[in-house]
Design a protein around this ligand. Structure first.
Ligand code: CAA
Ligand code: NAI
Length: 701
């Protein structure tokens, strides 16, 4: 990092301020101070008639330095608002020349400039709501003045970065350019000088906000939609309030109100959780013993063994990333069936307008089928996705070992089997790892990268790079049954079943979990995923279950009634034809009540809070065991797994972050109580006990 995060130069009558704070030109204190000082320098030079601000490196600016939040520096003058006010109040025209990204405070800085031009492939926006806050340097007051209230609502409340051409269309950007931002900015500024274009202050442009004044229905409608779409989130609704202020209050008062809302949200648990998620998502790519500059292997061609549910999704994930892939099946019939399903999936995306006919044809042609292992010879990486059977998997790997070129990476998509045992079926265990995709594999963002005992470091580094290429979040985990996600899931489901035996009904558990913030409860989720796989896993585990250990067979009985979930029209719930709404089924309720009676359990009512404790404390407990065993590297990694693979609410940060907000001590004490009542399955993990005794949390590890 250079000591001086801004630079100043003169190009004729144009003063040029460059922001130079890699990697993202975050607007931390030193940068704000630099911009402010450079601006004064340009303003006091009589030969400078116009000023350009641009970013060095990859982008204009990603906004406020989020790491500074909560520290003194964030409030040390000049604040971002003060810098922006100085720019807007300047007596000479100031142009923002934007390339890469202008996000959050970076976009607000541009809004304070008198003119904005953007590179054709730049992206602009105010994503603060994704961090649980609202723009805090005038974004909610200036943007509606420039683009009007409806467009400002979309941009700020949804928090997406918009492509420059769209930003140009709505009036956020005055002109688009190709090439270097500094040169484009200078050219634009020179034209302004020639044309006599002076300062043009966004704060004074009231026409568009006045047009929305008194139109309460715009806001009422937007609030209604937002409350549904962003269920449980504070920031999007607060952003609407602040934009409404822009239409009703004078600029300065709107600014003051924006600051009050910003400060309140910044201190909120939701914002802390969402900022934790932001950094945890970036931290996962850092593996302590694998430096970031570890050379990776090239993955230009991929292979997939098995074209069932997972094989199809994995093949599409490669094709969507532009990586040609060959899929191998046992016989022509299975191959044709698999490839046909892939075509159907792309056809349905085409019908929904998500891809063009041209895209569809290209994607389908990127996936080829074969029955011959010799066709795997030139693959750089092969993912095996055959039935979950160790004997079969070993045979497949031995065969791949024979045909694949030296250096090719061999991956298994197993969800429960020992990756080290599979690797041992080859003569190259260093090239073997688990790539645990989630269903549907072309959609779900999570990818567990299972590092075996012998997996080479560059193979792990390549998998992390591949995850990024596939637009997935790769999380490196160790070998154990279920890895991180599913092992924790089993603990959560186990308790959910017990809660049913003790008195609750599926819809009550689902409601409590949904109200907590998950998109759906465990029983709706199971019905959606299908009950068959879990049934097989439980049968497989039965032999290893200690005698006398509590076990609920309710779901097994549902499967044995041929109710396999949504796809068969019935599972934990029943479904009307063509409708995915779960309908509570008296037949299942009677079966649950009968099970309790058979077990001699007197049914009782459960409050939502009890259901949450009972299902989610064991989830946290299992997470603590995974940390203790070194299966997960960091508590934040577990959070990322649950945020991206299982719908844990982002505004609660993930199970381990949430545990810290509840207090590890509270969770530990409750588990001790539950263990006394229900047995050792609920015994607190050693790590949980240690942290509780020391008054610490997972963030302290
Ligand atoms: N502050 C501090 N660090 C940041 C940052 C920010 N605003 N944005 C990114 N970084 C860091 C990342 O943590 C990462 O650090 P490591 O390399 O140490 O992991 C590094 O910069 C690179 O970031 P990415 O890996 O995310 O880079 P990318 O090229 O994939 O994405 C980006 C670039 C789209 C700008 C993305 O970084 C991003 O979305 N950043 C956050 C944007 C944002 O939300 N800005 C609003 C900030 S709040 C604000 O501005 C409030 C206000 O109104 C005053
Ligand atoms: P599936 O039953 O839908 O597909 C398996 C496919 O493998 C079938 O098409 C079968 O014909 C083919 N196959 C069997 N033997 C073969 C061989 N010797 N050579 C080539 N192809 C062969 O199963 P699914 O659900 O796709 O699971 C595959 C793997 O992915 C399993 O290991 C499973 O545990 C794992 N997995 C499954 C998830 C899921 O949600 N279904 C999620 C994550 C992992």
């Amino acid at each position: 990092m250079s000591d001086d995060p801004t630079q100043y130069s003169r190009k004729g009558a144009v003063g040029v301020i460059a922001i130079d704070r890699p990697p993202v030109n975050g607007l931390g204190h030193a940068v704000r101070e630099g911009i402010h000082a450079r601006l004064q320098e340009a303003l006091s030079d009589p030969e400078v008639l116009a000023i350009v601000i641009h970013g060095g490196g990859r982008m204009f600016s990603a906004g406020a330095d989020i790491k500074e939040f909560g520290s003194e520096l964030a409030f040390t003058p000049p604040t971002l608002s003060e810098v922006i006010d100085a720019i807007e109040g300047a007596g000479k025209p100031v142009v923002a020349a934007i390339h890469g990204v202008a996000a959050g405070g970076g976009c607000e800085l541009a809004l304070g400039c008198h003119y904005r031009i953007a590179g054709i492939d730049a992206r602009l926006g105010l994503p603060e709501v994704t961090l649980g806050i609202i723009p805090g340097a005038g974004g909610t007051q200036r943007l509606p003045r420039l683009v009007g209230v409806p467009a400002a609502l979309d941009l700020i409340v949804q928090g997406k970065l918009n492509p420059a051409p769209k930003a140009h269309e709505i009036g956020l950007v005055d002109e688009l350019f190709e090439g270097e931002p500094a040169a484009a900015g200078v050219l634009y500024a020179k034209k302004l000088i020639t044309a006599g274009g002076g300062p043009r202050r966004t704060r004074d442009q009231n026409e568009r906000v006045e047009a929305a004044r008194g139109k309460d229905e715009i806001f009422a409608q937007y609030r209604k939609e937002t409350a549904r779409r962003a269920r449980g989130l504070e920031a999007p609704l607060a952003a609407i309030d602040s934009i409404e202020n822009a239409t009703n209050l004078p600029f300065e008062e709107g600014m003051k109100a924006e600051r009050v809302i910003f400060d309140r949200l910044l201190a909120s648990e939701q914002s802390q959780a969402m900022r934790h998620a932001f950094f945890a998502e970036r931290e996962v790519a850092k593996i302590p013993d694998i430096p970031r500059d570890t050379p990776t292997r090239e993955v230009k061609k991929a292979g997939v063994i098995g074209c069932g549910t997972m094989g199809q999704g994995i093949a599409m994930a490669f094709a969507n990333a532009g990586i040609p892939v060959r899929v191998l099946e046992v016989d022509q019939e299975a191959l044709d069936a698999g490839l046909e399903k892939i075509e159907k999936t792309y056809d349905s995306s085409l019908a929904k307008g998500r891809i063009s006919q041209e895209d569809r044809d290209l994607l389908v042609s990127t996936i080829a089928g074969t029955l011959d292992y010799a066709d795997m010879a030139d693959a750089d990486l092969v993912v095996e996705a055959v039935f979950e059977d160790m004997g079969l998997k070993k045979k497949v790997f031995a065969r791949l070992d024979e045909v694949c070129r030296a250096g090719a990476i061999l991956a298994t998509n197993t969800s429960t089997l020992d990756v080290d045992e599979i690797a041992a079926a080859t003569g190259r265990p260093g090239d073997v790892l688990g790539l645990h995709f989630f269903s549907p594999a072309h959609v779900m963002r999570l990818l567990e990268i299972v590092r075996g005992d012998q997996t080479a470091k560059d193979v792990v580094a390549t998998a992390l790079a591949l995850a990024q290429q596939l637009k997935k979040t790769g999380v490196v985990v160790g070998v154990c049954e279920g890895f991180v996600g599913n092992r924790m899931l089993l603990a959560y489901l186990r308790e959910a079943y017990f809660v049913l035996e003790e008195g609750a009904l599926p819809q009550e558990v689902d409601k409590a979990i949904c109200d907590f913030g998950f998109p759906m409860g465990p029983f709706t989720m199971l019905d959606m995923a299908g009950l068959g796989v879990g049934y097989l896993i439980r049968k497989h585990q039965a032999a290893r279950r200690p005698a006398g250990e509590r076990y609920s067979d309710i779901e097994d009985r549902i499967v044995e009634m041929d109710r396999l979930g949504q796809k068969t029209g019935a599972g934990w719930y029943r479904y009307e034809k063509g409708d995915r709404t779960p309908i509570p089924d008296p037949e299942i309720e009677a079966m649950i009540v009968e099970t309790s009676a058979k077990l001699g359990i007197e049914r009782r009512t459960f409050s939502d809070a009890e259901i949450i404790e009972r299902c989610l404390y064991p989830l946290v407990n299992e997470g603590a065991k995974l940390l203790d065993e070194g299966i997960a590297i960091r508590a934040g990694d577990i959070d990322v797994v649950w945020l991206h693979g299982y719908g844990f609410p982002r505004h609660k940060g993930g199970p381990m972050f949430w545990a810290d907000t509840m207090g590890v001590r509270t969770i530990y004490d409750k588990l001790v109580e539950l263990q006394a009542e229900h047995g050792d399955l609920l015994a607190p993990a050693e790590l949980l006990e240690e942290l509780a005794e020391q008054g610490k949390g997972f963030a302290d590890l």
